[in-house]
Design a protein around this ligand. Structure first.
Ligand code: NAD
Length: 359
């Protein structure tokens, strides 16, 4: 990693800005990356992580910020992509002053960037950030826990995938294998059962989550983690960690559809997106199907109304159908089609700025 050239990377992927900040009182060390603000202010959470080196932190921040650009664009939101990473040990650094210091740096960007919680930062940490800036969302008592909304979006995404693949979106005709029954997987299983799914299997590595599922939904059958890929089902529903579909796991899949909440499901977007296409397995692109939480939090920037947010989340259904048909027309894999879809929206809206309108 020693030769990582930040400007070359920024030029290649067209980033707008990287900001470094350090607060001497609290020891806060962080980086904010702003990828693209064509559609609106860059929004992305603040991740706190004990990175092995600074280049790792910068690269993680840059990649995550770029991912947010595509996610917001594909979700039809007027938001750009950004991210903040803080370098530190989550068990040691977190205090009121630490997060207020972060809030002051966020405020200094004057609304070009809006932050939220992410790994190792919580909604209550964001309450401290809020004391110093107007540019933070996902606060306690506002749009609330994003996970049920992410799961709801994925539920509509599963229906769209079934419609496209089998021309029948009736959940009761299908079987599902859900990988991960944490925050989002737990809610998604509930939605599938409420829609009378023919059969639901799940896998987990956390004993508490296994016990919760067995107690609340005894009809949902447990499968060992390494056996979930070969489950004889219609839909594989990844709701655990990223990188689960690769050279080894894809050949095992019996499902004809992959649609779930996890981020970065494909170990390598191009290789494994194509591999799924070649196996005639329909893949619902991760950053499109799992945007429900982001759409929900976006509504906090207006006056938050849960029903309006839910209506917007339902639109994931139509977006996926459009993306699947782009993939077919252009003979590309669906992850590639999702990026084409997102880039098209950014470029089209950008062209609208050509003529001056007084407002
Ligand atoms: P979570 O940590 O609450 O749940 C993930 C679960 O997966 C955990 O219970 C964990 O024990 C389990 N798990 C991990 N590895 C496993 C394995 N090999 N086999 C079986 N189970 C395994 O996380 P979450 O909030 O539900 O998020 C799940 C995925 O969805 C992540 O990739 C996350 O980035 C993505 N996502 C979440 C949201 C959200 O609103 N929470 C939004 C967008 C994307």
């Amino acid at each position: 990693m020693g030769n990582f050239d930040h400007f070359k990377y920024m030029e290649k992927h067209r980033y707008e800005q990287i900001v470094y900040f350090y607060d001497k009182t609290t020891g806060l060390k962080g980086i904010t990356a702003i990828h693209n603000t064509t559609l609106g202010p860059a929004l992305g959470g603040t991740r706190l992580w004990n990175y092995a080196c600074e280049d790792d932190a910068v690269l993680d921040c840059l990649r995550l910020a770029r991912g947010m650009t595509y996610k917001a664009a594909a979700a039809g939101l007027n938001l750009g992509g950004g991210k903040t990473v803080l370098i530190g040990d989550a068990n040691k650094v977190k205090t009121e002053a630490y997060f207020r210091a972060l809030g002051r740096y966020v405020q200094s960007l004057n609304g070009r960037y809006i932050t939220a919680e992410d790994i190792n930062t919580s909604t209550s940490d964001m309450d401290f950030v809020k004391m110093e800036t107007d540019y933070v969302v996902g606060l306690e008592g506002k749009s609330g826990n994003p996970s049920p909304m992410t799961a709801l979006g994925a539920f509509y995404g599963i229906k769209a995938s079934l419609k496209y693949k089998f021309d029948d979106e009736n959940i009761s005709n299908y079987s599902f294998a859900v990988q991960g029954a944490g925050q989002t997987g737990y809610y998604l299983v509930k939605y599938l059962l409420e829609a009378n799914a023919r059969k639901v299997y799940f896998t987990e590595i956390n004993d508490k989550h296994i016990a919760r599922m067995k107690k609340e939904h005894p009809e949902v059958e447990f499968i060992e983690p390494d056996k979930i890929f070969e489950a004889d089902v219609d839909v594989f529903v990844p709701c655990a960690l990223g990188g689960m579909l690769d050279d080894v796991t894809i050949p095992k899949l019996k499902a004809k559809v992959v649609a779930g909440t996890a981020n970065n499901i494909l170990f390598d977007d191009d290789t494994h997106g194509k591999m799924l296409k070649d196996r005639d397995i329909l893949y619902a692109p991760d950053f499109v199907i799992n945007a429900g939480g982001l759409i929900n939090v976006y509504h906090e920037l207006k006056s938050y109304d849960k029903d309006t947010a839910k209506r917007d989340i339902q639109r994931i259904y139509d977006r996926l159908l459009e993306i699947f048909s782009i993939a077919d027309q252009e003979d590309i894999h669906t992850q590639q089609a999702a990026k084409v879809f997102a880039k098209n929206r950014i470029e089209t809206i950008n062209r609208l700025h050509d003529n001056y309108i007084k407002r």
